[in-house]
Write a protein that binds this ligand. Sequence first.
Ligand SMILES: Cc1cc2nc3c(=O)[nH]c(=O)nc-3n(C[C@H](O)[C@H](O)[C@H](O)COP(=O)(O)OP(=O)(O)OC[C@H]3O[C@@H](n4cnc5c(N)ncnc54)[C@H](O)[C@@H]3O)c2cc1C
Length: 484
Amino acid sequence: MRDLGSVDALVLGGGPAGLGAAWTLAAGGARVLVVEREETVGGLCRTHAREGYRFDMGGHRFITADRDLLDRVVRLCGDDLLLAERSSEVALLGRRFRYPLEPLDLARKLPPGLALRALLSYLRGRLRPGPPVESFEDWASRRFGRVLYELFIGPYTEKLWGVSPAALSPEWAGQRISVPDLWAAARALFARGDAPARTHAKTFLYPRLGMGQLFERIAAAARSAGALLLTGSVPRAFERRGTRLNAALLETPEGPARVRTDTVLSTVPLPCLLDLALGPEAARELEGAFPFRPVRFLNIALDRPEALPTTWCYVGEGRLRAGRLQEPKKRSPHMAPPGRSSLMIELPHAPGDDIDRAGDADLLERARGELGALGVDLGDDVRFAFSVRAPEAYPVHLRGTPAARARALAALGRLENLRTFGRQGAFRFIFSDAALRMGIAAGEGFLAGRLPTNQDLARVQSAQRLTEVASVVGPTVLAGRERG
Ligand SMILES: Cc1cc2nc3c(=O)[nH]c(=O)nc-3n(C[C@H](O)[C@H](O)[C@H](O)COP(=O)(O)OP(=O)(O)OC[C@H]3O[C@@H](n4cnc5c(N)ncnc54)[C@H](O)[C@@H]3O)c2cc1C
């Protein structure tokens, strides 16, 4: 077995959370090794490039209300950070509605009888407080009214998560949908000066070559400060003495290896860490509480200059399998060769189902059918298509998740030099800003000799109330920046 020597911190997972930790630790003089399963780092924020076309794993945008974090990102990326404008819509009932939902747009485009029923059910929800909110279904129907819930929010949620919204925890809702209700949506439309909710942010920063470029820069900064990044590798076991982990056995492309470490900072999926750290027996009881919803991204390179009228489109029709359509070039003109564009389709699915099993050619044929139903005809303009898989795209927040998470974090907390965080490690529905922030907090805590607890790290939230970019970075940083 190869001996990799000794490090101060072993970081498991090279996504935003792991890279945030490695960057901070290495810059502070600590010896760090990052172990990443895939061939490249960046996690869900990777960008895949082929023949001049570039595709994120689901279109990403960088939004944060954290001035310090934004300053660091701006310093790292410089002129490669573009200023992009969002435009998004919902395809439903053969029409296109603005997203975030706007009361006047709904009133104009819904059939009049349905619009009236939607309004009445919304008012009923607001005026007559019901029993305590116990599920996502309760949360959403209370805020948007039963009619809108049954028309769009319920079927879309079920398609995305693969379980009934009645089984989902309302905890997740506040992170995913930062518009508290329709009334807030109406106010946001006319808001002046107030920081709007994340969902409403109209402008955002976006790296010239895709979201992955930001994390390639962070990885490069970590490397140049001395961090070692081992890709194509996974941890297989820990060596433990009492309540401390003192070494890890790894599977690497060059065969098995062993590394001694003072601390383990894990961002790999929580069930995987439970198994490694507590052993299969102890982990069995907890593991089942943390299912992930996989997504397959079908990337289609086109021979036409434009693919969609908006940056992205939620597919509200429950019978269609596509979750969202995205046109990468609407974020940065450098995401496709000059004069051409592309389309990315998100396909949430269950492990082993028809979407999971289909080959890329089959997926493309299905996509043509669904796009046709949405009024998008690809004709002869497809140059090539390929799919990318994210087995852990969405941590499924069931009603029992908060209690199970508390038990899992407490059990792992008994190992004094192990911490778990990030979207997969804390099993929280967070965005890349919070994942980065968790990693930076873990790194800073280590350097100060006071590692935050698992519970403290899990509490780091994605920005809820940002936020036009200008309100955070200020006009000087934005002046002269290229438009995406
Ligand atoms: C469709 C979609 C759209 C999104 N849009 C946005 C957006 O617009 N803006 C935004 O800020 N965020 C967005 N996000 C969220 C963002 O991608 C995540 O918050 C962020 O990537 C989380 O970082 P992480 O490091 O915690 O986890 P991940 O990015 O999942 O990284 C975890 C890493 O661990 C590695 N790993 C897993 N198992 C092992 C193992 N056993 N051993 C070693 N390594 C392992 C993985 O390969 C991965 O690299 C989106 C996510 C999805 C799915």
